[in-house]
Design a binder for this molecule. Structure first.
Ligand SMILES: O=P(O)(O)OP(=O)(O)OP(=O)(O)OC[C@H]1O[C@@H](n2cnc3c(O)ncnc32)[C@H](O)[C@@H]1O
Ligand SMILES: [Mg+2]
Length: 182
């Protein structure tokens, strides 16, 4: 049986983990544990966002018991005067392995980029921009700026496939090595 630790209570992230992991491991149980990312509340680079995902996943495996821990982190990064959302995921195992993957990015309007540079967080900015509450739990900025075509949970689902794919491949490789030794 798989016990899968999720390092957040965010609903878009949780949905993505449950949908994808639930497909591969129908008997899985999911446990949400809010853990610190140990990076800024609003990561401003690919590096920082990736580190936040890794920190969450590792922290889960240090503090709790599970088959693996999933850290998902959202951030932004500026490339040639355009601010993009960036997203990372990490899967940490009991044995200390950490798999990482990045997700889709989409450009943000200049006024949002300016607010971010002034120190505001994307979550609250998006709520003001859309006049809705909790966008970060639902379609997210990526949904708002893609006409709803790719929602935040869809994007994290893709990251989850990338993570579980790498994890399953590593298990296969380990099993193949064991077979050779026998
Ligand atoms: O509870 P946690 O897991 O921390 O979930 P979160 O929504 O705060 O997500 P992150 O910490 O990973 O993201 C960092 C910040 O960027 C915001 N953010 C990132 N991607 C977003 C998106 O697609 N839509 C709205 N806000 C987003 C988010 O609300 C935070 O203010
Ligand atoms: Mg957060």
């Amino acid at each position: 049986m798989h016990k899968i630790l999720i390092g957040t209570n965010n609903r878009a992230k949780t949905k993505a983990v449950e949908v994808v992991a639930g497909k591969f491991y129908p008997d899985a149980i999911f446990v949400n544990q809010e853990v610190s990312s140990q990076v800024s509340n609003q990561p401003m680079s690919n590096e920082e966002t990736r580190q936040g995902a890794i920190n969450r996943a590792k922290r889960l495996m240090q503090d709790f018991d599970g088959t693996f821990g999933i850290g998902l982190e959202g951030g932004v990064q500026e490339i040639s005067d355009t601010m993009y959302v960036c997203n990372w995921g990490a899967l940490a195992t009991k044995t200390g392995e950490v798999f990482t993957a990045t997700g889709a990015g989409v450009a943000l309007p200049k006024e949002i980029a300016d607010s971010l540079k002034e120190g505001a967080e994307l979550g609250p900015i998006m709520d003001v921009y859309t006049n809705k509450k909790g966008i970060r739990h639902h379609e997210g900025a990526i949904g708002v700026f893609t006409n709803g075509f790719v929602k935040r949970s869809d994007m994290f689902e893709h990251i989850m496939l990338l993570l579980i794919g790498q994890y399953e491949l590593s298990l296969k490789t380990q099993n193949a090595k064991l077979d050779l030794q026998e």
